[in-house]
Structure formats: structure tokens, C-alpha cells
Design a protein around this ligand. Structure first.
Ligand code: IVH
Length: 686
């Protein structure tokens, strides 16, 4: 955060005037109020342009007086510098889970149990959606958001304070006058369906893997070491439980929600207070019927005994309260026919059977294929071509076959067997447990395409413009037969490809050339060695420092490394033993690919900046624009002339101009000259 970088070297005492101070406080209040109307109440009262002007005024004032930037300022939602790991947080009270009920008989029995235990014949319930997201705890001290954590094991969770701060519907400051001194609240973080689909589109366009469902997308976005990533993800939060508070606790769950709402916190808008269990069943039925119209995923409703004193009397079991249950919806399923079983070949050669289905609509989405995972799964479910099957979509994008509709075996086709040869390249197929692999390696076009896409992906060599379609063309035209061929491509070869003209060829070749200086962890990850993902690659790079050291290590040496077990060691050793892999690495070196050595402090800096992009606007005092550009480029970042969502930082000097407005609109981090220089210093020390 900008504040942290001010520590030792704060600017001289400021000359802030009283009226500027008042204006600052007023702007913060106004922005908070409009954030609340927009994100919590869903009813904005000013135009986006008016809002942007308020925001810009605040940015400008805070830039002039950085010492007045407080953590609860609306400008501080853009994300903080990345962390090495998430810290641990002890919850104020255990975060319990809920027992699930699946039919109305169970709900009626629950109602009977409540009445019996409470010795009464009428119990009121509050019912609300069961949001399909991640449970979080948020703590406010004196109205200011101070800490947030994941549920973890229920007692201790992970500290995601800086990530939660980026969620716009979460107030950084509660509404004045109404809040308790201390408040710990529980809620759910999730992603709206439209935002989820848009995010997945962006991810796949960039060559990243799409998230399987909104829940995974929310989890992946929230448990981030880099809060700037969280900040770019469209998360929302809804609060549904007071975990602890000073002062008197509201007398019922309904009153609790009203208290939270009065503090400015988002609470479930869809909720009902029911006097009878029949009303609960009706709410469940109506909500399930309208489920498709909701802008977010829910997988049931939560039924809570409303009165607080009764909740206390009912108490809890080891992991769940006795006074609340989840009444789940029936999973969304449809019956259709398996028209064929196809085999897809992944980048590591794994053969995955896929059921090609007669298209059917399940929960508003047309399903025409379902993964069958592996041969064991097909055998277990005994799925054959022509079978009628039940497909289910439980909030997931990738549907699964739940079961086969039984019929006599006599009318069925032959059992399915995995092929003995790769359907793409004809190489022999080998078996390892439930998994089958094509042994063709780079000779198999499917594996080669997958390997190149992976090598070029953002987390690896980050080659812009080398997406699925281009890779497929490069392989199909025989232009790329192994990874090293990428660095042999010539403009006239690219011009042969569909969709390539002079400019696009130059752009791609430039991007490929830029990837020649790469950090060890990105390179390792890019090789696509089985079991070596982003995290393991980082661990290895840190431990070994150079590719030579990794290539000459044996199993024992790998296993001495923390987090590296026998399977990863085996995979590494066999990868580097393979002469074709060593040859490609050799050729990559010959063609000018240079791996940055982590042991040198100068290069360590380069590592920290790689993948970042800067935009400069306005005049700088301590260095010229060209010097600033050269400085960040030497440290591995790219410099662009226009601001986009992908921009990591906008550095604003004097008279910055419209790029600054755009940065604020897109939520891009804005640095003034001092903060920029501090950031560079910080990276060097890191
Ligand atoms: S109340 C003591 N209310 O469902 C009460 N939970 O196991 C505990 N969930 O992990 C939870 N919507 O993440 C509650 N309206 C809601 C909820 C909700 C979603 C989640 C929560 C919990 C899981 C049930």
C-alpha cells in the first residue's frame, strides 16, 4: 500500500490547509456513500462520470498530501504488493458448517425436533439463500475494516485482509453512528454469473485456463498472494451472521441482518421471516423455481431458528449449530444419449475419454459433451455408445455423467475400451494405473500444441499473441516441431498463416524475441514437466538457482528439498534424462534464450518486475521519461503508451492528463513519482 512506502522517508511536513482537509474528508464520505448505493443497494444516484470526477479529486488531493492517505480511503482498494504466503488468523468464534437436508420430510422432522427441544408449538424461522461461494470472517474495529480471513479449518483461517479490501461491496468504513465498537461478521464471497462468464472469456482469450465454476473462480481470486489480481476480479460479498460484537446482541437473526444492513454491510436481499414450517417449504420451492433468474449461483436455502435466546438454548454439535440447517436444491439433471465416445489428448499425453452427447439443456446451459475422466471411471459406470445417461450440473460448467439409465445388455453396444494407439498420431499408448498416455511426445501434434500453448502462457514465457489458434496453425503447417522452432520463425512463414499480415507477424515475432530473457521458475514451469506447476517451479528455482544445477541433480538431491516428494523427483529426473528434452533445451540456449540466474541480486530485481506493465503520464522531476522507461524495462517490465485493464501501474507525474482518469476507472494502481521510486527500491531490497 502506498502508506507503507512512506515510512522512513516521509515528505517534509505538509502545508495542507484546513479547507483541503475538510474537502478530503467530504470526498471520502461522498465516495463511500455512492459506493454503498452502487454496490450494496444496487441503486446508483449519480452518473459514472460524476463519480469519476469525485474519485479523481480525491486521488489528486491524496497525491498532494500522501501522509493523509488512510487505509480506509476508497483509493486504497487497488491491491497491495504481492505476499510470499498468507498469514494465519484465529477466528473470534469457531466458524461452523451446516447440516444438509434434501427433502421436505427431513425439514418437517427438523421443525419437530426444534419444537420438542424448545418445548413450544411454534418456532419462527428466517430463511435466506445458501450462497455458493467462500465463507469469510470480517472484523471491524471502531467501524474500520481491519482484518478478514477464510474459514480454514473453522478455528484458524488464512489472512486475506488485503484481498477483501479490493471488494467494492465491502465497506472499508461502517456507516457513522450506527456501528458497535467491535464487530466480527461472517459472510460469503462469490462471483455473479455474468461476471464469471466474462472473466472466463478474458482468461481463455489470454490463453489461461478457464475456471470450472463461479465458486472456483471466487476461491482462486480470493486466496491470492497478489491482491492486484483479486482487485481485477469481480467479487461480491454478502453478510449473514454476527460472529461477535460489543454492546447488546440483536434479539433475533432477522434483527441481526437489519443491524448489519444499518451499518452499511450487504445482507441477503432475498430473505423471509416464516412463522410456520410450511412457509419455509414454500420459500424453498419458490426460490428453486426462480433459481435460473438469479444473477448468482445458490445451491439451496438456509433455515435458521430466528430467536437468539432459542439459538443459544439449542446450542451446537461439534461442527454445526443445532438451530440452523441447509435445505439443498435437487441437483440440476437431465437425461440424454451418448452418441459417441471421443478421446482427447492433453499436453502431457494423457488420453481423456469424452462422451459426445445428444445436446440437452441442463439448468439453462446446452450440454453436448461430458468428461468421462479416465478408463476406470468409464468401466465403473459402464458407459457405452448409445446409452441413455443422466447428466448433472451442480453449478459447474464442465458437466458430469451422474449415472446410466439401466437397460438390458443385449440391446447395448460393446463395452468401451481405451485405444491401443493414439487417435491423433498413431503412437503406442502406455498405461499407468487408471491413466493412459500417448508415447509420441513432441511427435504427437496434440501434445506438441499443448506443450507450446503452455510454454507461451502468461505464467510461463508470457508470449503475447501465441494463443490456441496460432499454435494450431504453426504445428499443422509444420513450422514448429519442438519448442526451439519458435525462435526460428521468420516473418514470411507467418504470412502464410490465416489471419496474419505484416503487422501481426512483426508483433508476434517481437513478443517471441522479448521472451528470450526469462526467469528460471517461469522457464521450468514452461517446460511442462509433469507435476511441475507454478509453485513447484518457484521452489526449485529458489533452491537450485540455475538450470544446470537442476539438470544435474539426482532423485536424492531433489528429495532433500522441502515440498519435493518422490513423485516430483521421479518426474524431474526422467524428464531431464530424456535426450530429446536435453536437445531442445540446448537449442533454446543456442538460439539466444537466456535464463536469469536467481543468485544475482540484480537479476532478482528483474524477476520481480517481469510480467508487469507500466504506463507513464505527466512530467517526472527526478528522471526523464526515457530514463524511467529504460529503468523499468531493465527490470523486466514492459512500457506501454495506453492504459488498459492489463496495465500494472500508471506512474503519474505533474499535469498527468486523461490517462489518469482511465486508470481510476479501470482500478489500475496509480503511483506518483516518489511512490514509483520507492517501489523500485523495495523490489531491489526484496
Ligand atoms: S450460516 C452458524 N448462512 O454454507 C451458521 N451459511 O456449511 C453457519 N453459506 O460454510 C453458516 N450461505 O459458507 C450461512 N446464508 C447463509 C449461507 C451460508 C452460504 C455457506 C457457508 C457454510 C456453508 C454450509
Amino acid at each position: 500500500m502506498r502508506q507503507d512506502s512512506l515510512s522512513d522517508d516521509s515528505p517534509p511536513p505538509s502545508r495542507v490547509t484546513r479547507s483541503e482537509q475538510e474537502r478530503l474528508a467530504q470526498l471520502k464520505d461522498q465516495i463511500r456513500h455512492h459506493d454503498y448505493l452502487y454496490y450494496v443497494k444496487d441503486c446508483p444516484q449519480i452518473s459514472d462520470g460524476e463519480y469519476d470526477r469525485l474519485f479523481q479529486d480525491l486521488v489528486a488531493l491524496e497525491r498532494a498530501y500522501p501522509e493523509l492517505v488512510t487505509p480506509d480511503s476508497p483509493t486504497q482498494r487497488v491491491g497491495a504488493p504481492p505476499l510470499d504466503e498468507l498469514g494465519k488468523v484465529q477466528h473470534e468464534r469457531p466458524m461452523l458448517s451446516l447440516d444438509s437436508l434434501v427433502n421436505s420430510e427431513e425439514v418437517l422432522a427438523f421443525d419437530q425436533r426444534m419444537k420438542r427441544e424448545l418445548g413450544t408449538d411454534q418456532v419462527e424461522y428466517t430463511v435466506e439463500p445458501k450462497f455458493d461461494g467462500l465463507s469469510v470472517e470480517m472484523v471491524y474495529d471502531h467501524g474500520t475494516f481491519v482484518r478478514g480471513s477464510t474459514r480454514g479449518d473453522g478455528n484458524v483461517g488464512e489472512d486475506i485482509t488485503i484481498n477483501l479490501r479490493t471488494i467494492r461491496s465491502l465497506p472499508l468504513q461502517l456507516q457513522t453512528g450506527t456501528y458497535p465498537d467491535h464487530l466480527a461478521v461472517r459472510g460469503e464471497v462469490y462471483m455473479r454469473l455474468s461476471d464469471f462468464h466474462a472473466l472466463n472469456r478474458r482468461m481463455t482469450e489470454r490463453g489461461d485456463d478457464a475456471f470450472a465454476n463461479p465458486r472456483n473462480a471466487a476461491a482462486g481470486s480470493l486466496r491470492q498472494l497478489d491482491s492486484q489480481i483479486t482487485s481485477s476480479r469481480p467479487l461480491v460479498v454478502t453478510c449473514y451472521e454476527v460472529m461477535a460484537m460489543t454492546g447488546s446482541h440483536p434479539p433475533s437473526h432477522w434483527a441481526e441482518l437489519e443491524t448489519l444492513a444499518a451499518c452499511g454491510l450487504p445482507v441477503p436481499t432475498l430473505r423471509r421471516r416464516c412463522e410456520t414450517i410450511d412457509q419455509v417449504l414454500a420459500f424453498h420451492r419458490e426460490t428453486e423455481e426462480h433459481r435460473e433468474n438469479l444473477p448468482y449461483e445458490i445451491d439451496g436455502v438456509v433455515v435458521k431458528v430466528d430467536r437468539g435466546d432459542w439459538q443459544a438454548r439449542l446450542g451446537m454439535k461439534s461442527r454445526s449449530p443445532r438451530w440452523a440447517v441447509a435445505f439443498k436444491f435437487a441437483p440440476r439433471k437431465e437425461i440424454t444419449e451418448v452418441q459417441d465416445i471421443a478421446i482427447s489428448v492433453g499436453r502431457t499425453g494423457t488420453l481423456t475419454p469424452l462422451a459426445l452427447l445428444k445436446p440437452v439443456e441442463v439448468g439453462g446451459v446446452t450440454i453436448s459433451r461430458a468428461t468421462l475422466h479416465n478408463a476406470d471411471e468409464v468401466a465403473r459406470k459402464d458407459i457405452r455408445i448409445g446409452d441413455r445417461v443422466r447428466v448433472e450440473r451442480a453449478g459447474d460448467v464442465i458437466p458430469a455423467i451422474a449415472e446410466r439409465i439401466p437397460v438390458s445388455n443385449e440391446v447395448r453396444s460393446d463395452p468401451f475400451h481405451m485405444p491401443s494407439h493414439c487417435p491423433i498420431c498413431g503412437s503406442a499408448v502406455a498405461r499407468e494405473g487408471a491413466y493412459f498416455y500417448c508415447t509420441g511426445q513432441a511427435a504427437c501434434p496434440a501434445q506438441l500444441k499443448g506443450a507450446i500453448e503452455h510454454f507461451a502462457s502468461k505464467a510461463a514465457l508470457n508470449i503475447d499473441g501465441l494463443g490456441k489458434k496460432t499454435v494450431a496453425q504453426l504445428v499443422d503447417h509444420g513450422l514448429v516441431k519442438d519448442l526451439s522452432d519458435l525462435y526460428r520463425l521468420r516473418p514470411e512463414q507467418l504470412l502464410e498463416l490465416e489471419g496474419f499480415a505484416e503487422r501481426s507477424s512483426t508483433l508476434l515475432l517481437d513478443a517471441i524475441a522479448r521472451s528470450k530473457n526469462v526467469s528460471l521458475d517461469r522457464f521450468l514451469m514452461g517446460l511442462g514437466i509433469r507435476q511441475v506447476g507454478r509453485h513447484v517451479a518457484k521452489v526449485l528455482a529458489k533452491e537450485f538457482g540455475s538450470l544446470d544445477a537442476i539438470m544435474s541433480a539426482d532423485r536424492d538431491r531433489f528429495q532433500e528439498t522441502r515440498e519435493i516428494g518422490p513423485e516430483i523427483s521421479e518426474s524431474l529426473v526422467s524428464y531431464f534424462q530424456e535426450s530429446s528434452n536435453r536437445r531442445v533445451i540446448d537449442q533454446l540456449h543456442t538460439l539466444g534464450l537466456s535464463i536469469v540466474d536467481m543468485t544475482s541480486p540484480q537479476n532478482r530485481t528483474a524477476l520481480l518486475f517481469s510480467g508487469k506493465s507500466f504506463v507513464f503520464t505527466g512530467g517526472l522531476m527526478r528522471l526523464t521519461r526515457d530514463e524511467a522507461k529504460a529503468l523499468v524495462e531493465r527490470l523486466g517490465a514492459t512500457v506501454s503508451s495506453s492504459v488498459s485493464k492489463k496495465t500494472s501501474y500508471v506512474v503519474a507525474g505533474t499535469d498527468p492528463g486523461s490517462k489518469l482518469d482511465l486508470a481510476a476507472e479501470l482500478g489500475v494502481t496509480v503511483l506518483d513519482e516518489k511512490a514509483f521510486l520507492d517501489l523500485i527500491e523495495q523490489q531491489k531490497e526484496g
